[in-house]
Design a protein. Structure first.
Length: 227
């Protein structure tokens, strides 16, 4: 029997979307997808966070449905108290088992606590758990490639030695973004082949797909591919 919250999520169900999402999220049982589209889930989260019941939901781990995990990630992202947000994130990350739930988490409050969050980013990025590591690198990419950038931060993803596809993809995504935003500091990581060959080439591929990289830079990057 479903809980009242699960019933509410089923009211937002799109069965075709559930099938589509299951295909994009390998390794997760198809029956765990309710099929709530992300815009509808975001709207629901913004209302549900006003309901005191959401506090209990955030303590109920693990969840039965993929959509509940997505909702959980969205609720964490809406948390305005930094310490509480970090606590909720640490409690939830071990249960994150796919890229979509990982990537939907983007706590706004982190932007206001750059000094404190860096130590957590280093901790998460060094985790052996695939999606904890991916989340840490994603937070680094989101918050430290612009005004708060330091060249030393590039060592964090460069040190992520994982054979997990979703970690390697995040490292490549990070360095492709870093090339777009901090070219001079980042290009030595390719010149000196600091990344694993697959990640090195994927970084170049993703950078060449970016509109933020100039045509001249793209031609140069292609010469750096590892054969």
């Amino acid at each position: 029997m479903n809980t009242p919250l699960q019933e509410k999520l089923f009211e937002l169900q799109d069965k075709e979307y559930a099938v589509f999402q299951a295909k994009l999220t390998p390794g997760i049982p198809e029956e765990s997808f309710i099929g709530v589209r992300v815009p509808a889930l975001r709207a629901f989260a913004k209302e549900y966070v006003k309901n005191p019941e959401h506090e209990a939901f955030l303590q109920e781990l693990p969840h039965k449905y993929y959509d509940e995990n997505m909702l959980h990630g969205l609720l964490i992202s809406l948390c305005k108290d930094y310490d509480k947000c970090v606590q909720l994130t640490d409690a939830f990350l071990p249960y994150v088992d796919n890229w979509a739930v990982c990537d939907i988490m983007s706590p706004k409050v982190f932007a206001k606590h750059k000094t404190e969050i860096m130590s957590k980013i280093k901790e998460w990025s060094a985790s052996p758990h695939t999606y904890t590591c991916r989340f840490g690198i994603e937070m680094l990419m989101s918050h430290f490639l612009d005004d708060d950038f330091k060249a030393e931060y590039l060592e964090i993803p460069a040190s992520a030695r994982s054979e997990e596809y979703y970690v390697k993809m995040m490292v490549a995504w990070f360095f492709a973004t870093a090339l777009a935003k901090q070219w001079d500091a980042t290009i030595p990581y390719l010149l000196n082949r600091r990344l694993a060959p697959w990640t090195h080439n994927k970084t170049i591929q993703k950078a060449c797909e970016s509109y933020r990289i100039s045509p001249e830079q793209k031609e140069y990057l292609k010469t750096l591919k590892v054969r």
